[in-house]
Ligand binder design. Structure first.
Ligand code: FAD
Length: 317
C-alpha cells in the first residue's frame, strides 16, 4: 500500500515508522530481525531501508594494496523483500542517483515492481567518503529530481529506451528528502525549497525530513513549504542522540544545529548510558509535541538499534 494511502486510512491518527540500514556484508540478516522484532508491536505501516554509497577499500595482495570500489552494506531491495514477506509490512527501498546508471536504476525499479513494492524513496545520495562534492556516476542522475522523473515515467510506461503500453504499469508512490535546516549545499532555505517543490511537481507524493532537534525548525519549514505550494505530507524524521560523540558528529555530518539545552544535558552525562536516556527523553518530548500538532507519521532513524526507539514508541503510541 502507498504511504499516502496509509496516511489517508489513519484518518488523522499519527503513525509510527522507522528506518533501518542493511547489515555490513557477510553479517546475518537475523541481526536485523532482532532489532525489528521489538518494534513491530507499534504497527509500523512501512519500514524504510537505506542504501549506502559505494566506497574504496584496499585489499592486500602479497604486500601490494589493490584499490577496489565496493558497497559495504548491499542488499537494500533483497532486505525489503525479506522484511515485507516476514512481517507483512510495506517496505521502502531508498534508491540513490549516486553509484548507479539510469539503466541499473531501471532494472532495480523493475525488480521492486515484481516484488510488489509500492513506494520508493528517491534520493541523490551523499558524496562518496573521499569526494568533496557529489559526482554523478557515468550514465547516472545528477539530482534526485531526475530520478523522480525516471520513476514517474516508469509509472506511465515510459522506459529509458521505449514506451511500452501495458496493463501492468508500475505505480510507485515516490518519497523525497526535505531539510528543515536546509541541505548543506543549498545557498539558502528558499533555494532548497524551490528544488523540493520541483521534485513534488515532477511526481513526488510525500517528503521525509532530515533529523532535527528543535521542533520549531520543522514547523517553520512546513509553513514555508506550504507557502510555496508544496501540498504533500511532510513526515518529520526523528533521531535520538545515543552517544556523547553525536554532539560533534551530527552537526558535522548533517549540518544541523543542536539546541543548547540538549547540548548542556548531554555534556552533563557521566557515561553513554546516561546520554542514551537524555536522547530518549528529548525525542519523547519532541514526538509528543509533533503528535499533538497532528503530524501524519513520526519516522525514527534507528541506525540499526531498536532499544531506544522502542522506549520512545512506548511513551508515544
Ligand atoms: P537533491 O534533491 O538532488 O538536492 C541536492 C542539492 O542540490 C540540494 O542542495 C538542492 O537544493 C540542490 N538541487 C536540487 N535540484 C537541483 C537542480 N536541479 N539544480 C541545482 N540544484 C539543485 N543518503 C544515502 O546515501 N542513502 C540513504 O539511504 C539516504 N536516505 C536519506 C533519507 C532521508 C529522509 C534524508 C533526508 C536523507 C537521506 N540521505 C541518504 C541523504 C541524502 O542522500 C543527502 O542529503 C544528499 O546530499 C541529498 O539528497 P537529496 O535527495 O535531497 O538531493
Amino acid at each position: 500500500m502507498k504511504v499516502t494511502d496509509h496516511i489517508k486510512a489513519a484518518k488523522g491518527k499519527t503513525l509510527f515508522s522507522f528506518e533501518i540500514i542493511p547489515p555490513v556484508k557477510g553479517h546475518n540478516i537475523r541481526e536485523l530481525y532482532d532489532n525489528i522484532d521489538p518494534l513491530m508491536e507499534f504497527n509500523p505501516p512501512f519500514i524504510d531501508v537505506t542504501t549506502s554509497r559505494e566506497e574504496y577499500v584496499y585489499i592486500d595482495r602479497n604486500g601490494l594494496l589493490d584499490k577496489k570500489l565496493t558497497r559495504m552494506r548491499p542488499g537494500t531491495v533483497g532486505i525489503c523483500a525479506s522484511i515485507k514477506h516476514k512481517y507483512n509490512v510495506d517496505t521502502i527501498p531508498h534508491v540513490l542517483c549516486g553509484g548507479f546508471s539510469k539503466e541499473e536504476t531501471e532494472y532495480l525499479l523493475i525488480d521492486c515492481h515484481y516484488l510488489g513494492i509500492d513506494n520508493i524513496m528517491a534520493l541523490r545520495g551523499d558524496a562518496m567518503k573521499d569526494e568533496k562534492y557529489f559526482e554523478p556516476s557515468e550514465g547516472g542522475h545528477e539530482y534526485a529530481s531526475d530520478l523522480v522523473k525516471q520513476i514517474d515515467n516508469l509509472n506511465h510506461g515510459i522506459y529509458l529506451h521505449e514506451v511500452i503500453e501495458t496493463e501492468d504499469c508500475a505505480d510507485f508512490c515516490i518519497g523525497v528528502a526535505g531539510y528543515p535546516e536546509k541541505h548543506m549545499e543549498a545557498p539558502s532555505l528558499m533555494s532548497d525549497l524551490k528544488w523540493l517543490k520541483y521534485k513534488v511537481d515532477l511526481g513526488a507524493k510525500y517528503v521525509v525530513t532530515q533529523m532535527f532537534f528543535d521542533n520549531k525548525k520543522y514547523f517553520d519549514f512546513v509553513k514555508a513549504a506550504r507557502d510555496m505550494g508544496i501540498d504533500v505530507p511532510i513526515i518529520p524524521g526523528i533521531k535520538p542522540i545515543a552517544i556523547k560523540k553525536h554532539l560533534q558528529l551530527l552537526p558535522q555530518v548533517f549540518r544541523i544545529d543542536l539546541p543548547q539545552d540538549l547540548v548542556d544535558a548531554v555534556e552533563a552525562c557521566k557515561n553513554n548510558k546516561e546520554v542514551r536516556q537524555v536522547g530518549v527523553d528529548w525525542a519523547i518530548a519532541q514526538s509528543k509535541e509533533l503528535k499533538a500538532a497532528g503530524v501524519p507519521v513520526l519516522h525514527y532513524y534507528s541506525m540499526g538499534k531498536s532499544s531506544n526507539i522502542k522506549a520512545i514508541a512506548e511513551a508515544i503510541f
